[in-house]
Design a protein around this ligand. Structure first.
Ligand code: NDP
Length: 444
């Protein structure tokens, strides 16, 4: 049995109850086969893959807090510090009822390669809790965040592990967590990114993942002799990534005709009204029915369905496993040319294969949504320097990073005879840097 198969068999045996982690590990290791095969003797002796799939450490902790009725509630918090071969652990905090250790491990594992791809010195980590901020008062969210940070602060630090936002963790939550860290540890340091602009946050961080997604999509289109101008784009999600992806796509001259949330979706043939979407989702924190009620051209549908709308480009920006095999078939039948992932692992392995086999240009989340963490790393640099760069400076650096990522993954795929396979290219380019650093640092 080859080295990859041996390690995968052991990973399946040890992590049978973590389907999302298994899916991520299989996707990465399968696509690394050409690199592993070419260096098998060294990697085997170093047990490199075994070390890569096992987190450095993981924390699981109780998060008690008091709701507005005086009732004590208890959630479970997690932080997985996966790999710090190339820099301090870095990765977001997800607050969603579906959170469990398998989901945090899948996200932390993917983060290693994504962070490496940015070209910046950041390792991989991820955390979160099964807490649902939806429907909670600001005071309840603060009580949860303070309790969560009371425990988490023991494990993080500006040069150790720097968490950020993710699903359910936006500027409000980061603010409450930062305040509690400062209160307990007594130091003012860049321990979290995604902070408010008045206390160390970076311009463009809010927009970064969505904007970065469009910068890499534009470069992909350019490379194939196309542009964004006049293209019809289908977006899923209505959160941070989806909103700013929609805004940048429109600035580039494309028309975005859909968005979705966890209960339904919108088809708006006139093009999504970003200001209205922000009002509904960021200010009122309401359902998309309110968008449809305020906009004559929009249709609201219950459930899921954005992938049935005819488009040139599809951008899944909601959550994992939201673009399935049948959706991929529908996209191909409708003539979709490109799929770039704003979310983490939104496309299943089968759907990805179908898209690639049918000539759709596909860039996975590790590369396509790396703009968020890249800008977080720029926030860390500014915090260390005690400086704040202008919007234009940060935006220009973000664009450079995304364009570089595209060419790195394109070249890595070509180097191993897989031209056009940007998924393999991303895994290979991300892996090579981490593997070299791990070997150089010895058995630790
Ligand atoms: P938000 O919480 O801002 O938005 C998430 C969106 O997805 C919301 O519209 C939400 O619906 C919808 N959603 C969440 N869970 C589900 C579900 N189970 N089924 C259907 N819809 C769902 O998160 P972000 O925009 O920040 O993150 C979106 C994705 O992008 C995630 O995969 C995240 O890991 C990834 N990502 C985010 C980065 C960032 O900088 N924010 C960076 C890199 C990746 P509702 O409005 O009903 O809650």
């Amino acid at each position: 049995m080859g080295y990859v198969d041996e390690v995968l068999a052991r990973v399946r045996e040890k992590n049978a109850s973590e389907p999302e982690f298994l899916q991520a590990a299989e996707e990465v290791l399968e696509s690394l086969r050409p690199v592993i095969d070419a260096n098998e003797a060294v990697y085997r002796r170093e047990a490199l893959l075994e070390r890569l799939v096992e987190p450095d450490r993981q924390f699981k902790f109780r998060v008690p807090w008091v709701d507005d009725n005086g009732q004590v509630q208890v959630n479970t918090g997690y932080r997985v510090q996966y790999n710090n071969a190339i820099g301090p652990y870095k990765g977001g905090l997800r607050l969603h009822p579906s959170v469990n250790i398998g989901i945090i491990k899948f996200l932390g594992f993917e983060q290693i390669f994504k962070n490496s791809l940015t070209g910046l010195p950041i390792g991989g980590g991820k955390g979160g809790a099964d807490f649902d901020p939806k429907g909670k008062s600001d005071r309840e969210v603060m009580a949860f965040c303070q309790s969560f940070m009371t425990e988490l602060c023991k494990y993080i630090g500006a040069d150790v592990d720097v968490p950020a936002g993710d699903i359910g963790t936006g500027a409000r939550e980061i603010g409450y967590m930062f305040g509690q860290y400062k209160k307990i540890r007594g130091t003012y340091e860049g321990v979290l990114t995604g902070k408010g602009l008045t206390y160390g946050g970076s311009l463009v961080r809010t927009e970064a993942t969505g904007y970065g997604l469009l910068y890499i999509t534009e470069e992909l289109m350019k490379c194939h002799g196309e542009s964004m101008e006049g293209k019809t784009v289908v977006v899923s999600g209505a959160g941070n990534v989806a909103i700013y992806a929609t805004q940048k796509a429109q600035q580039m001259g494309a028309k975005v005709v859909t968005c979705s949330d966890s209960t339904g979706w919108i088809y708006d043939p006139e093009g999504i009204d970003v200001a209205l979407l922000k009002e509904v989702k960021e200010v009122k924190r309401a359902r998309l029915t309110e968008y449809a009620a305020a906009r004559g051209s929009a249709e609201y549908h219950e459930g899921r369905g954005v992938w049935q709308i005819k488009c040139d480009i599809a951008l899944p920006c909601a959550t994992q496993n939201e673009l399935l095999s049948d959706d991929a078939k529908q996209l191909v039948a409708n003539g979709c040319k490109a799929v770039c992932e704003g979310a983490n692992m939104p496309t299943t392995i089968d759907a990805t294969k179908y898209l690639q086999e049918n000539g759709v240009w596909f860039i996975g989340g590790k590369a396509a949504n790396a703009g968020g963490v890249a800008t977080s790393a720029l926030e860390m640099s500014q915090n260390s320097e005690r400086l704040s760069w202008t919007f234009e400076e940060v935006d220009a650096k973000l664009k450079d990073i995304m364009v570089n990522i595209f060419h790195n993954i394109d070249n890595a795929a070509k180097k191993y005879g897989m031209e056009g396979n940007y998924v393999a290219g991303a895994n290979i380019a991300g892996f090579e840097k981490v593997a070299t650093a791990m070997i150089a640092q010895g058995v630790v």
